[in-house]
Design a protein around this ligand. Structure first.
Ligand SMILES: NC(=O)c1ccc[n+]([C@@H]2O[C@H](COP(=O)([O-])OP(=O)(O)OC[C@H]3O[C@@H](n4cnc5c(N)ncnc54)[C@H](O)[C@@H]3O)[C@@H](O)[C@H]2O)c1
Length: 300
């Protein structure tokens, strides 16, 4: 079986100083990619910064015979994202792959959440993913090749108590993924998202040790590597992944009902059709918003 390789490719991995990002960077470098290891080096809540996290991963990659450079810019500012993409271009001459992985947590009940908690979490996850994709976009368009993987979360797909900011951000990442996939298609820029679960400093205090032991970040990196390889043709998709489990996740819409005439204006007609409205037995995903709206308008 031919090995999936990245020789000649340049990858940016954000937040690669630890956890999942480190694991993605190590795997891509092992398979021949030149890797820009970006990490702001701060605490889990986004406070502080430092150089040692990114430096250590670069050292690990070099010790294993790979090629990497460190970068300490924050993805949450446009200046930071531009600087990190420029650093990859300056070090390695191209950018083929972007893995938007940087993240922070400010978990708190909605009642107690501050606007600062909200703004910072959205800034890193949503604006940060957009910033780095945008800073690399023209390069990818010009070379007619690009692979982007964004990092969502089950908290975004399904909601999670105490994570109003984080779950909003993580579903925002899915919207970004789907639209960039559509806009990137004609230039062979494929954009997908993962909703991972893995052992890292983010989960160490939440999950029990016996569960964490089954959640090696490397199990997530194998999917990420496939998604950014030449062989993958999927785009705009979301995958749940962790501990060896991998599955496509979809937003689906049921067959629905059509209320005609006076019924279309009637709450009582909605009530009487509630079972059919709620029925997902014939649900299906749509490729884009126009297809979904078109199907809804001609349903039944
Ligand atoms: N571990 C899980 O089970 C899990 C589950 C769902 C989603 N995720 C997501 O996976 C990604 C990686 O998380 P992890 O679990 O490896 O945690 P982690 O804290 O080890 O990794 C996140 C990294 O991002 C860096 N970072 C934070 N803000 C940054 C910024 N502005 N610019 C650049 N780097 C920044 C941090 O310094 C850190 O090294 C995150 O986006 C997280 O939300 C993780």
């Amino acid at each position: 079986m031919a090995e999936i390789r990245f020789d000649g490719k340049v990858a940016i991995v954000t937040g690669a100083g630890g956890g999942l990002g480190r694991s993605h960077a190590l795997l891509l470098a092992k398979r021949g990619a030149k890797v820009l290891v970006n990490d702001l080096g701060g605490a889990i809540d986004g406070s502080g910064k430092g150089t040692s996290a990114a430096d250590k991963v670069v050292e690990e990659i070099r010790a294993a015979g790979g090629t990497a450079a460190a970068n300490y810019d924050g993805v949450d500012t446009w200046e930071g994202a531009q600087a990190l993409v420029k650093a990859a271009l300056a070090s390695f001459g191209r950018v083929d792959i972007v893995i938007n992985n940087a993240g922070i947590l400010r978990d708190v009940s909605f009642r107690k959440m501050t606007h600062e908690d909200w703004n910072q979490v959205l800034a890193v996850h949503v604006t940060g993913s957009m910033n780095v994709a945008k800073a690399a976009w023209e390069t990818m368009r010009e070379q007619n090749f690009g692979r982007i993987v964004n990092t969502s979360s089950a908290a975004g797909l399904y909601g999670n108590f105490g994570q109003a900011n984080y779950s909003t951000a993580k579903l925002g990442v899915v919207g970004l993924t789907k639209t960039l996939a559509q806009e990137g298609a004609k230039n062979n820029i494929l954009v997908n998202a993962i909703a991972p679960v893995a052992k890292s400093r983010m989960t160490e205090t939440i999950l029990p040790p016996e569960t964490l032991a089954k959640l090696d970040p490397a199990c997530v990196s194998s999917l990420v590597a496939y998604l950014v390889s030449d062989e993958c043709t999927d785009s705009g998709q979301v995958f749940a992944v962790g501990g060896g489990y991998i599955s496509k996740v979809a937003v689906v819409e049921g067959a629905g009902v059509r209320l005609e005439g006076a019924d279309a204006h009637s709450p009582e007609a909605v009530r009487s059709q509630w079972a059919a409205i709620s029925d997902l037995s014939r649900a299906k995903p749509y490729a884009n918003a126009l297809e979904a709206i078109g199907a809804a308008l001609k349903s039944n």
